[in-house]
Design a binder for this molecule. Structure first.
Ligand code: ATP
Ligand code: MG
Length: 225
């Protein structure tokens, strides 16, 4: 039995829009295991990205708690949260925000270099990961000279460079055709199993969501199932 790497307890979060309070999350609880992909689906505006921002420690929840390895992390100092984010969490977004003036390998190595790793070592590791993801022939290609599917694979490689234990993927296949969606999805599934990662995958694709180990449906800031 897998131990839950990530525990989310009764998270709430709201935004102020002028005078109006938007309740984006109204009490969300779930667990995610190592070695599994947990998918989250739900209509636009139901709070999926807000949840991902909180899980990524980019924002503090209004109430509730997030635990990694049974340790509460949502109330730590900004510095401690940044360290945990850099060391343990990898992000993949629908719009992958690669730096187009940098090559594939430079884009991938950047989070490691930012963290203070030796740049030659970081680039070597970037090459290895890109190789594993089938991009070994395109290491020096500028990001904007790659196809959409290739760019998304570079974004996955970038999310892996610091050896995270949690991958947060917010609609990583949203921009891709069916064939590339399939490649990216299979890659996430394989990575979760082989590297024992907890992958949280937000998607609008029901078919993909149902193929995951765990399947969560959200609506209006709540989890339905
Ligand atoms: N920075 C913000 N300021 C104000 N309201 C926000 C902000 N970010 C999100 N919201 C609101 O919070 C709610 C949840 O938004 P969120 O982006 O989490 O939805 P989502 O499920 O990711 O939607 P989508 O599928 O379209 O990406 C929405 O009502 C949205 O308008
Ligand atoms: Mg969203």
């Amino acid at each position: 039995m897998n131990s839950p790497l990530l525990q989310v307890r009764n998270l709430t979060h709201s935004f102020l829009e002028g005078d109006e309070k938007v309740h984006a999350l109204r009490g969300v609880s779930f667990e995610a295991n190592k070695g599994e992909v947990t998918s989250i689906i739900g209509p636009s505006g139901c709070g999926k990205s807000t949840l991902m921002y909180l899980l990524g420690l980019l924002e503090q929840p209004e109430t509730g708690d997030i635990l990694i390895n049974n340790k509460s992390i949502s109330r730590l100092s900004d510095l401690q949260r940044t360290r945990i984010r850099n060391e343990r969490i990898g992000f993949i977004f629908q719009f992958h925000f690669l730096i187009k003036e940098l090559s594939a390998r430079e884009n991938v190595a950047l989070p490691a270099i930012k963290k203070g790793d030796n740049s030659r070592e970081a680039l070597k590791r970037a090459d290895q990961i890109l190789n594993q993801l089938g991009l070994g022939k395109k290491l020096d290609r500028f990001a904007n000279k790659l196809s959409g599917g290739e760019q998304q694979r570079v974004a996955i490689a970038r999310a892996l460079i610091n050896s995270p234990s949690i991958i947060l993927a917010d609609e990583p296949t949203g921009n891709l055709d069916t064939a590339n969606s399939e490649i990216v999805f299979n890659l996430l599934q394989t990575l979760s199993r082989k590297q024992n990662l907890a992958v949280i995958l937000v998607t609008h694709n029901n078919q993909l969501a149902k193929r995951c180990d765990k399947f969560i449906t959200m609506n209006d800031g709540l989890i339905l199932s």
